[in-house]
Design a protein around this ligand. Structure first.
Ligand code: DER
Length: 232
C-alpha cells in the first residue's frame, strides 16, 4: 500500500546516500528500518561491501542476523559512522518523537554514538508541530518500581495524561529490552521540547524519553506520490 511504498522509498534513498564501504552502521527499530536492512543487505552482496551493524533492539539484532550481516556492539564499536532509524513524528526543527515500538533507549544511545544520524519515515510522520499526526504521546522508559510517582510528576509539571503501556499479546505492562516499563505521555499543547526532555529526564526513575532533540541531521520522507522529500 501507499505508506509501505513510501517507507521503502525513504529507506532505500537513505541507505544509498549514507552507506559506503568499511563503515559501522547503527540499525534502528520498527517497520521502516526493515526496508533499510533489505537494501543494505542487497548492496553488501552486490557491491561486496564490508559493513558492520550495531543493533538498537532485539528486533534490530534479529534483522541483522536474518540477513547475514556482520553483527557487532558498542563494546567493540563505540563510534559509528552513521545510524539510520525511523520516527513516530518529526517536527519543523527535526525534533523527533520515537519509542512507538518501545525501543527508544537503545535507539538514542546508538544515535548518540554515530557521527551522522538520519531518519527514515513515510509522509504520515512529516509534521510542522509535534502532535499534529502522532496521537499516542511521548514514550518514556521508566524503572518499573517508579512508574506511578513518575507518571504523577509528569502530569504535575506539564499536564496532559500519562498511561502505562500495556502488552497486547502479553498480559500486563510492556517490558522493554532493558527490562523496564514504558509510559506514554499525551501532551495537551506544544512545549519547548528540549526543556520538557531535560525536566522529565531528571525525575528519579526515568531512564530515557522518546524526545530526540537536536540529534537528527536529516530526515527522508517517502511521499504519497513515490517521491522522497529530504529535510535537514
Ligand atoms: O519505536 C521507535 O522508535 C521506532 O523507530 C519508531 O519511531 C518508528 O517505527 P516505524 O518505522 O514502524 O513507524
Amino acid at each position: 500500500n501507499m505508506a509501505e511504498e513510501a517507507k521503502k522509498q525513504a529507506a532505500y534513498t537513505a541507505v544509498d546516500n549514507h552507506v559506503q564501504n568499511n563503515q559501522v552502521v547503527g540499525i534502528g527499530s520498527g517497520s521502516t528500518i526493515v526496508y533499510a536492512v533489505d537494501r543494505l543487505a542487497e548492496r553488501v552482496r552486490q557491491e561486496k561491501l564490508n559493513i558492520i551493524c550495531v543493533p538498537t533492539s532485539f528486533q534490530a539484532r534479529q534483522l541483522i542476523l536474518k540477513h547475514g550481516l556482520m553483527l557487532s556492539d558498542l563494546d567493540r564499536h563505540p563510534e559509528l559512522d552513521v545510524a539510520i532509524d525511523g520516527a513516530d513524528e518529526v517536527d519543523a526543527d527535526l525534533t523527533l518523537i520515537k519509542g512507538g515500538g518501545g525501543c527508544l533507549t537503545q535507539e538514542k544511545i546508538v544515535a548518540g554514538c554515530a557521527r551522522h544520524f538520519v531518519v527514515i519515515a513515510d509522509y504520515r510522520k512529516d509534521s510542522k508541530v509535534m502532535g499534529e499526526q502522532w496521537k499516542k504521546g511521548v514514550p518514556i522508559e521508566v524503572v518499573p518500581m517508579a512508574h506511578v510517582p513518575v507518571s504523577r510528576k509528569i502530569v504535575q509539571l506539564f499536564g496532559g495524561e500519562v498511561n502505562l503501556r500495556m502488552g497486547v499479546s502479553k498480559a500486563g505492562p510492556v517490558v522493554t529490552d532493558n527490562s523496564n516499563f514504558i509510559l506514554d505521555w499525551k501532551f495537551e499543547r506544544v512545549h519547548s521540547w528540549k526543556d520538557v526532555h531535560q525536566a522529565i529526564k531528571m525525575i528519579p526513575g526515568v531512564v530515557e524519553t522518546g524526545l530526540f532533540v537536536g540529534m537528527a541531521e536529516r530526515a527522508y520522507f517517502g511521499m504519497e506520490d513515490g517521491r522522497v522529500q529530504v529535510r535537514e
